[in-house]
Write a protein that binds this ligand. Structure first.
Ligand SMILES: Nc1nc2c(c(=O)[nH]1)N[C@H]1C(S)=C(S)[C@@H](COP(=O)(O)O)O[C@H]1N2
Ligand SMILES: [Mo]
Length: 251
């Protein structure tokens, strides 16, 4: 658990509940459906309190935005796996055949090209991306709010999470509906005034400025609205949690 997560923990429910009330707080969190999918692990209580306190007290907070002058001169692309043959083919075609499929608990399943996504209302933000390894940079991210795409397809009332898949094999993650509908959550196709470079997840990545770097998955091709993360992988909400990283990473 990072320092910022500790801070959240102790400024949120834990303080309200008092140190001896941790178990009570965890029970309340569970009662109100605020238990994250990875709560069973070593950090189970901490994960629950961190997630629950954020959702109860800070659901609508905005990630800090910066001025144009603060944009980092050299954004740092993280190391990544070699692209698959499928990706190379799409790239060679200028990503004209790239599709984003949206399904699950939606009103009507849909699939969008990049030009479809670009024709939707766009939003831009100058925010910081922070890797769990300690580095960060500030960039301008441009894309369509995920909330808009979800509005277009419609979310069924029992939909609680959005699972997102990358074209990179074995990389997927999920967020709850609050994070999905948050105004700063983008499907990002441009960065610093240009098409999003492949090194940064082009042609399409999810941008979650309130969540740590690894939740900001690159090469997004598929979104599924679901009521239950237990149906995915080992049921912990992401590939990252299977390796011991947190699912909810509010920063
Ligand atoms: N598909 C995919 N998405 C990914 C990663 C990855 O390896 N593959 N790395 C993640 C991590 S750990 C971080 S910190 C950010 C870094 O984003 P950047 O490379 O654009 O700086 O991307 C995230 N998204
Ligand atoms: Mo990272």
């Amino acid at each position: 658990m990072s320092l910022s997560r500790r801070k959240l923990l102790f400024s949120g429910i834990a303080v309200t509940a008092g140190a001896s009330g941790l178990a009570v707080a965890a029970r309340l969190a569970r009662k109100y459906g605020l238990v994250p999918p990875d709560a069973g692990g070593i950090y189970g209580v901490g994960e629950t309190l961190s997630y629950a306190s954020q959702r109860l007290f800070a659901k609508n907070t905005l990630a800090p935005e910066f001025s144009r002058a603060q944009i980092s001169a050299r954004p740092f692309p993280n190391e990544q796996a070699a692209p698959s043959e499928e990706f190379k083919k799409l790239e060679a075609g200028g990503f004209a055949d790239w599709r984003l499929t949206v399904d699950g608990l939606v009103g009507s399943q849909a699939s969008f090209s990049l030009s479809d996504l670009r024709s939707f209302p766009s939003s831009s933000q100058i925010t910081e991306i922070a890797c769990e390894e300690g580095w960060s940079y500030i960039a301008e991210w441009i894309g369509v709010p995920l909330s808009h795409v979800l509005k277009v397809v419609g979310i069924q009332p029992q939909g609680r999470y959005v699972v997102y898949d990358s074209l990179e094999p074995d990389s997927w993650d999920s967020i709850d509906i609050d994070e999905a509908l948050h105004p700063q959550t983008l499907l990002c196709y441009a960065m610093n005034g240009r098409d999003l470079p492949v090194a940064h997840g082009g042609p399409l990545r999810i941008r979650l400025p309130r969540q740590i770097g690894y939740k900001n998955l690159k090469f997004i091709t598929h979104l599924t609205v679901t009521d239950d993360l237990k149906k995915w992988g080992k049921g912990k909400g992401s590939i990252a949690t299977e390796y011991g990283y947190a699912w909810f990473t509010g920063i």
